[in-house]
Design a protein. Sequence first.
Length: 408
Amino acid sequence: MEPKLQDVSIHRNVSIMAIGNVLSTSANTLWIMFMPYYFLTVGFQEFMIGVIFSIIAVTRAINSLIGGRVADKVGRKPVILLGYTIFCSGPMIILLSVFLLEQGSVIAGIVAVLGLTLGLMGGGLSRPASSIMLVESSKKKKRGLTYMVVSRVLPSIPPAVLIIIGWWLYENQMFWLALLIGSIGILIVVLIFAIGLRETLTIIDKPVRQKPSFKSDSGLWFLVLLAAAFALDGISSSGLSWYVPLFVIDGSIYTLMISISTLVIAGAALAAGLLVDKVGARSAIVVGWTVLAITVALFPHALLPLELVVLYSIWAGLDMVDISIPALVIAERFPKDERASVLGSFSMTISLTSTVGPILIAFALLLGDNVPFYLKAVMNIAGVILFLLATRNQIDEKEPVNDIVHSF
């Protein structure tokens, strides 16, 4: 076991990453939410904008795979710094696009697409390394809570106000200022991470107990089943994301649903972290996805606006239960020199398969207006079964592991 001083230093990563996540999310809220409107300004049609975001999603997914593999070779911190540095260049390039807009929308549009693509590529590159470092830096008995607080709860608070400021800037022809603040904010995060983060992948981090390798049959089947379970949830969720506002019809009710659900998500993320730490990943998934399936199946039968709002809020809250689980179970299952690679492969698989969602829901609509909701309910129950199969031989989460993040 390492000296106490180093363990304290490693655990300090949690505070550093919390500050970085809040700053980066706050900086991004001012501009990234308004990129679809900007693409309309430079002359892209709605269909083309959809194609652009689809290509960017695929590119980001591939970079998650690359980033995960590199993070297991050279360390978490270098990949995180590289990813955020690339991401920082995104708003800078889009800022150039704003200045080029006077010379022609075509050139400005191409530059803007390049900037957004490059920025989100950086985000995809750093994501597996960041998630695994957070898990490895957390005290074992509080990993679920720590993950949710750092990655969801704290970063979700500032955008409630900043998105209004961002919209005001955009409406008042000051989008350039939002982009400038965004790039400076991410640059500050890079500096904070460069100074404050401590690497969690070292030679002495090898666990005493041998864990299944990704290259072994058991490790491979675990990842296949885990990815299948979360792919079912991802496909159905991405598909319903475009159908729900059309199903509700009334824009004011849908806006109210989103506004309230945003507040619910912050509280639910905290509760989800506590739940995972208390009952374990398996029980959390069984409870979360089963209740989610019931809630989604009831949603189309709501008769009053209040019922829609309540059910959608419960839906949004339950969606938080599974956020931390992939990184946690992968960290439990695999040795340190494979964790980021496995999480990168997992993230890429989920991102790519989720693109099937909108098409699947469109076909489901041919069978009836309520069928998409029933389909998601069935897919989540199937996901529960697959997850239980994947983790049937899971290492006991409460059993101490002799590694650098052993809880003191």
